[in-house]
Design a protein around this ligand. Sequence first.
Ligand code: GLY
Length: 463
Amino acid sequence: MFDKSVYANRRQAVAKRISSGIVLIPGNNEAPANYAANTYKFRQDSSFLYLFGWNHPGLAGVLDVDSGEETLYGDDADIDDIIWTGPQPSVQELAGRVGVARSAPFARLAGVLRDAVAAGRRVHFLPPYRARNMLLLEEMLGVHHSLLKRYASLELIRALVASRSVKEPREIEEITRACNTGREMHVRAMREARPGALEQYIAGLVEGIAVSRGSMVSFPVILSQNGETLHNHDHGQVLSEGRMLLTDAGAETSMNYCSDFTRTVPVGGKFSTRQREVYSIVLACNRQARELARPGVTYRQVHEETCKVLARGLKELGLMKGDVDEAVAAGAHALFMPHGLGHMMGLDVHDMEDLGQVHVGYDEETRPSTQFGLASLRMGRRLEEGFVVTDEPGCYFIPELIDRWRAGGMHEEFLAYDRIEAYKDFGGIRVEDDLLITRDGAVCLGDEPVPATVEEIEETMRG
Ligand code: GLY
């Protein structure tokens, strides 16, 4: 954990942005997998981690914006808990170690909130995403769970987004650690990508590295020969010569800071000409985004310029035609890249997505698009020094989408459907890095880059 002054300063900065009332940040609880006592690995809520630090279930933090009083609610372990889980620090000790002066049993929280509501005070809470916290808020605040998102506090959402978007140097160090683990995961996946290997086996090895280095994977491992399926969690195939293996995976450190990389490699270690051609286009997109990303430009602009690199490359291959700028403006390239260039990353792999993507990735100046492809861009707004964003262009040949667009005559002036047909068995390629926006540009996070060029990948796979 960081020093207690870090959490105290963050709480103060957030409270300063709230006009009045009470801020309620419930932590997460254990979630049963198949029966109550057999739980999924515990994952704390990221805003709770950010403000109150502790990776323990059964806690809630409250800031009284008007009085400045801070309280950590939770229950001390009793003898039954101690028998099964060992001695635990008291809630008062937990509070003290993150600079919170007061603690109280969890059961007192409902009364405090009821009194506040009765006195006409605003209780600020974030949009809940776990059923148990929805029920808790419904019980304590008397708001039906279906309405909780609507009543979540925009002031609190904005305060947290403002604070969490700009990463502190200590956070960058943690993310760098997560990236170093991510690199290990990807190098291992590359070396295991041989004909006859099971996807499931490689996915297990990759996940094991994340677990052994800190905490867990930052999202379920995506690893498949069918890279054209964007988030493919099916690991049921045996690798075969001539295919490519797409691995999209990252780690969380023990403090839950994340990494997120994607690499796509030829099974067996040697790119074919066709694979090399498409791969080189996607890598050029990834590099173009890194070149363009800097404070002051919108990530939407970076996305659009990157899409032009994709369209230009595909035009050279004979798969697209016509004017590149017009094709991208019309959204024709989205046949090949139906997703956005990237998202914020930090304590969540899609940082703060629970607070509402429109508040995290967009603002009054940059609004989300409804155009197919661009609509999936999670981060569009102007970049600032200290932001961490992913840079993850891709090129996919999705047979069902190609058939549908062709049947509908979609963007025929820009798409060479006859040539595209021959790529329906190609699969998909994505190349993803994690960028820190610096004072005058962007750098890839991680002490050593994950192999990315054709030569680097082939050399790594030989090793
Ligand atoms: N890399 C996985 C995701 O962005 O969802």
